[in-house]
Design a protein around this ligand. Sequence first.
Ligand SMILES: *Cc1c(COP(=O)(O)O)cnc(C)c1O
Length: 357
Amino acid sequence: MSEEKMISHSRPTLDEEDRQAVMNVLQAGRLVQGEQVAGFEADMSVMIGVSHAAAVSSGTAALHLALVALGAGDGDEVICPSYVCSALLHAVRCVKATPIIADIERDTFNIDVRNVKKRMTAKTKAIIVPHLFGLPAEITKITSLGIPVIEDCAQAPGSRFRDRVTGSFGVISIFSFYATKVIAAGEGGMALSNDPGLIGKIRDLRDYDERDDDALRYNYKMTEMQAALGRSQLRKIDGFIKKRREIAGHYDLILKKAGIPIPITPPEREHIYYRYVILLDQAEQFIEAMNQAGVACRRPVFKPLHRYLGLSGYSVTDDVWKRAVSIPIYPSLTEPELFVIAESIRKTGVSGGLRGC
Ligand SMILES: *Cc1c(COP(=O)(O)O)cnc(C)c1O
C-alpha cells in the first residue's frame, strides 16, 4: 500500500482557527518573546492549576532544565521507568546524572511504585514519572516517597487522578507540544511548578542573551508561532479528549468481540487515550497484516531504556515491549477511516487467531 493511502499512525488535528492564529503572528511581525508565549504559559497555568510556567523549545528541553533546576548533576541518581521514549535518558545524561531504571506495571504500562522503592538510594535526586499513553500513573504513592517528582505529562494533558488534573502533583511537571502529541505546536515544551524559584531558574537558563555571569545556558526558547498554535490547540483540548475517548470506546467493542483484552483504566483515573495500546502474542504479524490493510500500527516504544543501557532484570517491560501494539487514535480520524481500521482489526484478529495477555 502506498504511503499516501495509508491511514497514518498519528496526525495533528488542525483547523482554520489554528492557521489563523499562526498567520496573525506573522502579520504582526513579532516572532519571539512576545505576548503569545506569555499567554500560553498563563493558559497552561490555569488549566493545570499551578501558579508558574516556563515555555521552552521541546519536552526534552523542559525535562533537562527541570533536572538542572532541581540541582541534579554528576553523582546524583534519577529514577526513570524502563518503558518510555529515550527523551528521559537524554535529559538525565545532559546533567551528567546517573539514570536508574525502574520496571513498569503490566496492566497500566506505568512505572511500578514497588520497583521504584527498591531502587531508591541516598543519591536519588529525582524521580521522573510519565503518565504513559495518557493514563495517570500512581502519582500520589510516588510523591509520598519524599523525593522530588518530575511529572512527565507529555502524553497526558487533561488526564486526571482522583479528580485532580495531572501536572499538579509533582514538584515540577513537564509537557510536550511536538507535532504528534495531544496539543501540537510543531515543537515545544513547558515546565510548570508552584515553586517560583524553580520556574525562575528555568526561565533564566532557556535564554543566554544579556546575562552578566558565566553560568552554562541554553537557547531553549519557544517562538511566538509555536505559542500561538499551542494556545489555539489548547482551546480545543476538551473536544480532542472527548473524540479520543469515543474512538477508544469503539475499539473496546471491536477488540472484546475479537477476544483481545482492551486497555484498562483503574479506578480514580481518567485516561485521555494519547495512544491505544494492546498486548498481542503475535504483535509482529498483527502490525504486518494491518499495514497490508492500509493501517499504520506501531510499537509504541521503540526501545526500552534498560536496553539502551545494556541492563537486564526488566521482565515486565521486556514482555510488554515484545507484545505491545499501538492502533491509530487521534481526533482527525474520519468515519470511513475508522471503518477501515475496525474491519482490518476484525479480519486480522479473527483469522490470525491472536491471543491477548
Ligand atoms: C514526547 C515525549 C517527551 C519529549 O518531548 P519532545 O517535545 O519530543 O522533546 C518526553 N516524555 C514523554 C513521555 C514523551 O512522550
